[in-house]
Design a protein. Structure first.
Lengths: 301, 375, 308
């Protein structure tokens, strides 16, 4: 039982990171019907920028001060959000009315570009994060161990997701985002500036992704330039599990995926963990392709 | 990846002709993971070979010929390694130093054997010396020797009662893990967990949580430092009290960085670390290396590969021949050559003779302290 | 240039290609050898993606299954390389049918995601040494060379000719597919599945057939790949390989034979011309993919609307 609870704790932590990154996929897909393959790499970019800020301001060795950590997160979010908007303008906007596969290849090219840009700037080697970025206190319940870092990651993720949910559902601009996802032309006729909506999605998604990426670095204490695709893929699977295009779905999908993957690794096979996750994905696509919460938008063929 | 292969093919085309143009040069090839997961090991090997070549040339070269070095990056991957095999053969190298991983070495072995090229590698998987390749020389001691020592250490010296063993699927780590399992059983030890991780997957909490429920008093990991450091850190984070013992591939400065505070107290089993080598040749080479590159070699394998190259150079000088079979005959009967990593020789299969394993514990300041055998 | 002239020009180029071993250096021969193999795989990817219009982003799986089939048969059972080719084709095609049968009903991006899943599962299966025959992450080494009439073909030139012949056969096959009823059915399915179904086309059957055909051809290329490199390992058949194949077709031009060949050439010529870029190569490569798509969304050499 305690082993099971420990797996739940581990799964919930990873799951909330997946959820943060999944939101970026799902918002872009909801409006543009485009799988933004570069999104995972944007998240990793956040991790590297955060690391640079932390080591730059705190110096090597010793735990960085709280204000440094906050500055790191803020700068990571800003830079990655700008990168997201640049990506939209250069790689996606010119292809908005082209065959959709052209945009897919453009996205793949962008992913390769960002990934290798990171490699060139920060080296191809695995970089390590200093210890003590978040409090290292641990709490013991029987043999179950929960670290303060895990609590922080889960709590901050929940707050951010709740904020996004409220923004999208309770504000005027949020309504515009939802309307554009349902029918761009109709939204335009209603006087919604769809281009502005799309830009906002490329600010919000990468911003949350950057936080997710930085969480990965803080949690595992390492970052490597090419880890974007596997985290991106997992986050994308999370978005599909929840129903792609659906914002609460991405949150639930991320958490479920984290839990499922953790339990599969613990109870079925740690070496087949990722394969089992893909098996689940294919099963969901076959049985309920619209995901758990259903897709709000009919798929454009 | 496709593009990388093409690049290698293209590079082979551009340099192939130049390398052998002058008859008064002899070309040494380096096949190593210069980029990718094991990049710092691969770069260390290349640096050591270039330094030795420079020193040879300063002394008038090898039998009067200038030593040139060409390197090929196998990224630690088998397919790249096969392409490196082709590329270096096309460039007409006399001998190849490398590669670092057993898998990449095994992939290029048949190609060099067919092309009549001497090869020396630190790859410790047993199979490397079992194919009957007469021109292949292993410069690090094999898994079986390490496993025997590890079995003794875990069961006899430390008297562990509940042993957990983790490996990854690479031919090196899997082979070492299996050999250690056998050795522990042979010593009458009790294995409570035996499993695999996916190298590079970052999150080992699932498997560690399962291990925790078995309540082990030691976790042994046979894989590489990039995973070992994280396993040690996550073990600590999950409050698993067991000791950590790592196989030789955990010995790398990155292990300590990744494990952080948890590195202290972790034990690694290997031949002595570069800094701890007692031999005068080793000390002077280390200071030369430091002067040339401003850093220490990343691990002992930089030096075992340097030893492989030095043994070949020695054989050429003694036989006064660049004929691979003459050189190989000499090496097969070589005994007690003063290597950087201890007295060195090779048996008829090209297996390294002579080398003493140690268990050393990582200290708070990151240095190693030999704990077994006590001397 | 009309289609007939184009076809003739292609034929002449192919014959010229046969002379390459007489004139070129070993290194050019190995470059062209690998070009021929990847051109075949790219053409097979085009059957599924460009012709039948299914977003298959896991095509490296079938290439890999062919290569592994040859590797296992040759190293474990001593089957001669060329004899393993028909078996590799059948095994790959069978996997094409088995894997595609449940998923061809998925539309667009959902199919794409499912095929990415297959690619990852395949890679993991090879890494985890399924059945103890795939050799784990390091793969299988020591694969032999083909032999003809009892003579082993050791030279690079000989290997190249075999690859070039396979490319020729596949080009003829593709050319015939263009003109055949099957090719037209694929085209209808791609352009308007609903209309095709109303006309009595069994969509599911033909979609699975497209996968079987594409997988089988990729399997044949896999045989030659395994023999060419003397080794197979999971890293040669990862998701990034599938992405590259996918991009070759879209960048070159869907359902266009010259487009696909050009796309494959670009993967060779570009890195060669810019080889001094070294570690910048993938950065430039990614950028080039974006630029080509923005400037020519239909691909560099798109298929004409009326090919006949």
């Amino acid at each position: 039982m305690e082993t099971f609870l420990q797996q739940l704790v581990n799964g919930l932590t990873v799951g909330s990171i997946y959820a943060l990154i999944a939101l970026g996929y799902t918002m872009v897909y909801g409006i543009l019907k485009l799988i933004n393959f570069a999104h995972g790499d944007l998240a990793v970019l956040g991790a590297f920028i955060g690391l640079t800020v932390i080591t730059g301001l705190a110096g090597a060795g010793g735990a960085p001060a709280n204000w440094i950590v906050i500055v790191a997160f803020v700068l990571a979010v800003l830079v990655v959000a700008i990168a997201g908007v640049l990506l939209e303008f250069t790689a996606y906007r010119p292809l908005r009315h082209a065959h959709r596969l052209s945009a897919v290849v453009s996205a793949l090219g962008a992913s390769m570009f960002i990934e290798n840009g990171i490699m060139l700037i920060w080296s191809p080697q695995t970089l390590t994060f200093p210890e003590g970025i978040m409090p290292e206190t641990t709490f013991h319940y029987g043999s179950v161990v929960i670290s303060a870092t895990q609590l922080f990651i889960v709590a901050i993720s929940f707050v951010l997701m709740l904020a996004l949910y409220l923004y999208v559902n309770k504000t005027r601009f949020g309504t515009a985002i939802r309307a554009s996802a349902i029918d761009q032309d109709a939204a335009r006729l209603m006087g919604i500036n769809v281009n502005k909506v799309i830009v906002s999605v490329f600010v919000l998604g990468p911003a949350l992704g950057a936080i997710g990426g930085l969480f990965i670095g803080v949690y595992y204490r390492q970052a490597v330039f090419d880890m974007g695709w596997i985290y991106g893929l997992n986050a994308f699977i999370a978005a599909i599990i929840g129903g792609i295009g659906n914002i609460p779905g991405a949150m639930i999908g991320g958490l479920l995926l984290g839990l499922f993957s953790s339990l599969a690794g613990g109870y079925i096979s740690s070496t087949w963990q990722q394969a089992i996750v893909f098996g689940l994905l294919i099963l969901i696509l076959l049985v309920r392709p619209t995901g758990i919460l259903g897709e709000r938008v009919a798929e454009k063929v | 990846m496709l593009k990388a292969k093409l690049l290698i093919a293209a590079a082979a085309f551009s340099f192939g002709v130049a390398a052998n143009a002058a008859a008064d040069t002899v070309t040494f090839g380096v096949q190593a993971p210069i980029t990718g997961q094991y990049a710092n090991e691969g770069q260390g090997i290349e640096k050591a070979v270039r330094l030795l070549a420079k020193q040879l040339n300063a002394d008038g070269g090898l039998l009067g010929k200038t030593v040139e070095v060409v390197a090929c990056d196998d990224e630690g991957k088998a397919t790249q390694a096969a392409l490196c095999g082709r590329e270096l053969s096309n460039k007409g190298v006399f001998t190849v130093i490398g590669s670092y991983t057993s898998g990449a070495t095994a992939a290029s072995q048949p190609i060099f054997a067919r092309a009549n090229i001497l090869q020396t590698s630190d790859g410790t998987a047993e199979q490397l010396t079992q194919h009957g390749y007469k021109l292949f020389f292993r410069n690090a001691p094999p898994n079986s020797a390490e496993a025997k020592f590890t079995g003794e250490y875990l069961v006899k010296a430390k008297q562990y009662k509940r042993i957990a063993i983790i490996a990854d699927h690479s031919s090196f780590a899997k082979g070492l893990g299996e050999a250690v399992t056998e050795a522990v059983k042979a010593e009458g030890g009790n294995i409570v967990y035996n499993g695999f991780i996916n190298a590079g997957s970052q999150d080992y909490r699932s498997v560690l949580t399962s291990i925790k429920s078995e309540n082990p008093d030691v976790i042994y990991f046979s894989g590489y430092y990039s995973d070992g450091g994280l396993i040690r850190a996550q073990q600590e984070a999950l409050g698993i009290k067991a000791d950590f013992v790592g196989g030789d591939a955990n010995q790398n400065v990155k292990f300590g960085e990744l494990a952080g505070k948890a590195a202290e107290g972790a034990v690694i089993i290997n031949v002595p670390a570069p800094e701890n080598l007692p031999y005068p040749e080793a000390k002077s080479f280390l200071s030369d290396y430091n002067a040339a590159y401003g850093e220490n070699p990343p691990s002992i394998f930089t030096l075992t590969n340097a030893d492989g190259m030095r043994a070949i150079v020695k054989a050429v000088q003694e036989t006064k021949s660049f004929e691979p079979s003459d050189v190989a005959d000499y090496l097969h009967s070589l005994r007690d050559f003063p290597g950087f990593t201890g007295p060195l020789g090779f048996d008829d299969n090209g297996e390294r003779l002579g080398s003493a394993f140690q268990a050393f514990e990582i200290q708070a300041d990151g240095s190693y302290k030999t704990t077994y055998p006590a001397n | 240039m009309n289609t007939t002239t184009l076809r003739r020009a292609g034929g002449i180029l192919w014959v010229v290609g046969l002379m390459v071993p007489l004139a070129a250096s070993n290194n050019w021969i190995s470059i062209l050898s690998i070009f021929a193999i990847y051109a075949v795989v790219a053409l097979s990817q085009d059957v599924v993606l460009g012709r039948a219009g299914m977003y298959d982003m896991g095509h490296a799986v079938y290439f890999g299954i062919g290569a592994y089939t040859t590797a296992v048969l040759n190293t474990q059972f001593g089957v001669p390389i060329l004899w393993t080719m028909p078996i590799a084709v059948v095994v790959s095609a069978a996997f094409g049918i088995i894997l595609s049968a449940p998923i061809v009903k998925l539309r667009g991006d959902y199919l794409l995601v499912a095929t990415i899943g297959f690619n990852e599962i395949f890679r993991m299966a090879m890494v985890n040494n399924v059945g103890g025959i795939t050799g784990g992450p390091d793969g299988i080494f020591g694969i032999g060379v083909p032999s003809l009439f009892g003579y082993p073909i050791m030279s690079q030139g000989g290997m190249y000719l075999i690859n070039w012949v396979l490319l020729g056969v596949v080009l003829v096959l593709m050319n015939n597919l263009d003109k055949s009823r099957l090719g037209r059915v694929f085209r209808y399915l791609k352009e308007d599945e609903l209309a095709a179904t109303t006309l009595g086309v069994n969509a599911r059957y033909y979609k699975i057939l497209a996968f079987a055909l594409g997988a089988g051809i990729a399997g044949a290329a896999g045989t030659l790949f395994a023999s060419q490199l003397a080794t197979v390992s999971p890293s040669a058949f990862i998701f990034m390989e599938s992405v590259t194949l996918f991009a070759i077709v879209i960048v070159g031009g869907q359902a266009s034979i010259p487009g696909v060949l050009l796309g494959t050439v670009l993967m060779f010529v570009v890195p060669q011309v810019f080889r001094e870029l070294a570690e910048y190569r993938y950065l430039v490569f990614g950028l080039a993919m974006i630029v080509v798509m923005v400037l020519r969304p239909q691909g560099i050499w798109p298929r004409r609307s009326r090919p006949e």
